[in-house]
Design a protein around this ligand. Sequence first.
Ligand SMILES: C[S@@+](CC[C@H](N)C(=O)[O-])C[C@H]1O[C@@H](n2cnc3c(N)ncnc32)[C@H](O)[C@@H]1O
Length: 557
Amino acid sequence: MTVITAKDADLAGEQTMFSSNASWPRPLRPIDQTGHFARKITIDAHWVRALSDMEVFKSAVSYFTGYPPHSLMGVDNRALLYCLVRALKPANVLEIGTYYAGTTEVLARALWENGSGTIHTVDPFGAQRVPEKMASWPQPLQAIATYYSDNSMEFLSQLRSQGAPLDFVLVDGEHDYEFARFDMEMSARLMRPGGLIVMDNVEQSGPFSAVAQFLAEHPDWRELGDGVAAFKPSRPYGDEWQRSSVPGTSVILIQSPSYLVVDSGKFRSWGHQQISATRITGFEVELAPQTGSGTLHVQCILRSFGAEQALQQMMSVVAERVELAGNPHTVRHKLATPLVALSEPGQPIDFCTAEFELFWQPDAGSGSLRLAGPPRSAPPHATSLAELPPLSAPAEWHLISGLEVIPVGEREIVAGFPVLQLAAVPPDTCHGLALHFRDLAPGAVYRIQVWVKSAAGINIQLQVRDAVDPEEGRPANEGEVRFDLAAGLVLMANGNLLAHGMETAAGAWRKLWVDVKTADGQIFAYFGLLEATSNLHVFTAIDQQVELGGFEIVGPS
Ligand SMILES: C[S@@+](CC[C@H](N)C(=O)[O-])C[C@H]1O[C@@H](n2cnc3c(N)ncnc32)[C@H](O)[C@@H]1O
């Protein structure tokens, strides 16, 4: 059995007991009196090595000697944390393992001096002790820090689902290898380029092995020091202090690359993120400057969720050749068949998520693939007339504005007319499309029928006319009907249309119809989306959508 003496503990950079510091908490005052951290600092191994000789580090050591009294970390560790946060100026700091919020206070004081940034600190066993401690801090420090009584897995899962990025993480929670490894991996995945992870207690095998394994598997990450490189398997417990990045401390510092990496021959995913649309039409991947070539394989996954319906998952796999000559480059891919969420009849979709899994297969001589950001769904795109699918019905497309039109691939509702999803997209504030029926019998009456399926929140406008008389400047026959699909109501009707109506059909489809006379053998039929509450075709919210089953013409009568 090894007896730990006070001297050993100091060497280990850890305090064996709380020092009895009479004055806690201290009022706020800058620790860096010389403005050292006012300038921009490049954090690299050279800077970290030189730090302990800098006056500002010595000031921090003096300030944090015995303070705060309830931190488990040694004074050099605290001074190092303070200097790293001052130099990096992180926006989002995470501390895993709060204990009595001693190191939280060190980090919060550094952020306060930076004038920006917040700290989240998590500890599942701290609910009885942490809030009380933090409530004694000076108010500006309290405003910077938030404590969560979650374990790191719960908290990091929430951050992941919110897509929240991190800039600085102190891993000081459960020290078993498996826990430390999870904390490392998830922190790394959420880390912005150039961010830092500080792993404490590397004198213990769990945290040390977690960092060593992580670096072996993620070669683009760097240790700012040589704690891992200097490890000798022949003397695994030889001089344990060679394990740390900074002599006199118990931490290993690692820095994320200035880009995201897809390692050669490995899958990489950033998980699924909620999207405002119910479809994926394509994706974009922004690549960082690099040279090399290879094939980027991408699996796009659309998942739709609703309280009353089974999880739907649709997948599409594509491969893109990539040739890189040192410039920034964006891979843009439009799916030949877009993924469109299908709901069970009558059951609304609450939300959809998109996930893009990448696999990089480099050509001989090329290395890993560097990204400037995670892949994202292609932004909505206003479909042009030429991009609309051909019609075999006795009609042709006439106009389109402010709509993204995606063939759904469902069985046809109207023969010769593909089922289309129509989504409102900017910059137009009118969202609709029109058909032109020609070669009809002049003077006859026809019924124009439209099949539509809609989520709540959208009404429909049907405008029908014959051709404009060049002398009058107006059509002889014209009119408009507005339908509230959810309520099954006709909101208004005008013009000299002969009749109109709305019928319910199987599969939550509705059939809207109007009867109109054509003076000259032509009919133009415009189908527009209306915002339900205002009954206007001006959408403030984008991405409202309907399914269009098709147009039919019946007659003459
Ligand atoms: C070494 S102490 C942290 C010391 C603190 N950073 C300081 O120096 O002031 C480790 C803390 O991690 C907490 N912990 C244990 N398992 C955890 C987990 N899964 N997630 C987050 N914290 C955890 C423990 O309750 C304990 O308070």
